[in-house]
Design a protein around this ligand. Structure first.
Ligand SMILES: Nc1ncnc2c1ncn2[C@@H]1O[C@H](COP(=O)(O)OP(=O)(O)OP(=O)(O)O)[C@@H](O)[C@H]1O
Length: 264
């Protein structure tokens, strides 16, 4: 019988040999991986292991010393993001990418209403009909479980959890293909974290968005990530399917990380 071959999807992002040094500190050493459309990759590691540096390089906010990052854009196909000009990078950010910061204040405009925060991105990519932009913004506020009666309120009047949900709506409203998340539930109460994670997981799956999620919290990756990358002192020490890595860790650092969590 002839072998049935599964068609291989084209990668969304191909990361090859990324390194970044600050003085004597090698923050990231020769990091490579491939991300496929709709896939969620978690990057875990202790403080100072290089997670944020890697995320900053991948999202073109920091230039690595070596390596390449190719991304399959909707507009121009596969491009080397390190060669983008600043306006091109900003356009990619508006059309294809989202960034969810740990601190919602870094990702929101605090003096603009909640509806304005969500409506700004569709406007930035050319939508002009006020009624539709507002209706879409309200739809997204509902999706992230914010009361649409608060549409005209500024995020300064929201709780931390509400601000984080607003930041998620602002990022997802234009249906990006890739979202970078840096400790998306950090700094929130445990009960608020759990609800937010459920919401994020539902939205990412429903929209088929790929994501790269940096966290030191294994519960976050257990729930969100298909695959896991474990960093230790700038190196990737283990990579694999999330459940496999967490249930059967091979590297001593991963074993320590998993055993230090009572229950994930
Ligand atoms: N702008 C910078 N200048 C100098 N050193 C830096 C800079 N950014 C990061 N580093 C160093 O690079 C290493 C990796 O830092 P990074 O912030 O990427 O780690 P991290 O895993 O994200 O840590 P955390 O979980 O605490 O945010 C650390 O030793 C850090 O001190």
């Amino acid at each position: 019988m002839a072998a049935v071959s599964t068609p291989r999807r084209a990668p969304l992002m191909r990361v090859n040999g990324i390194s970044k040094t600050f003085g004597d500190v090698a923050a990231c050493k020769d990091i490579s991986f491939t991300l496929y459309p709709g896939e969620v990759i978690g990057i875990v590691g202790e403080s100072g292991s290089g997670k944020s540096t890697l995320l900053n390089c991948l999202s073109a906010r920091m230039k690595p010393d070596a390596g390449s990052i190719e991304y399959d854009t909707r507009r121009h196909g596969l491009i080397d993001i390190l060669s983008l000009s600043e306006p091109e990078r900003r356009m990619l950010m508006r059309t294809d990418w989202g960034i969810v910061h740990q601190n919602p204040r870094d990702g929101l405009r605090m003096n603009v209403s909640a509806g304005g925060n969500v409506g700004e991105r569709p406007m930035a990519v050319g939508e002009r009909h006020y009624g539709e932009i507002r209706a879409n913004a309200e739809d997204w506020l509902s999706k992230v479980e914010l009361d649409i009666a608060r549409t005209d309120n500024k995020p300064t009047t929201f709780s931390g959890g509400m601000q984080q949900r607003l930041q998620i709506a602002r990022n997802l409203v234009t249906k990006p293909r890739l979202v970078f998340m840096d400790e998306p539930t950090g700094g929130l109460d445990v009960s608020v974290q759990a609800r937010l994670l459920d919401l994020l997981r539902g939205l990412v799956r429903e929209l088929g968005i790929a994501a790269i999620v940096v966290t030191h919290d294994l519960a976050v990756v257990r729930l969100l990530a298909d695959r896991l990358t474990v960093m230790w002192r700038g190196d990737v020490v283990e990579q694999g399917l999330t459940d496999q890595v967490l249930d059967d860790p091979h590297h001593p650092y991963t074993q320590l990380l998993v055993s230090s969590v009572l229950q994930v």
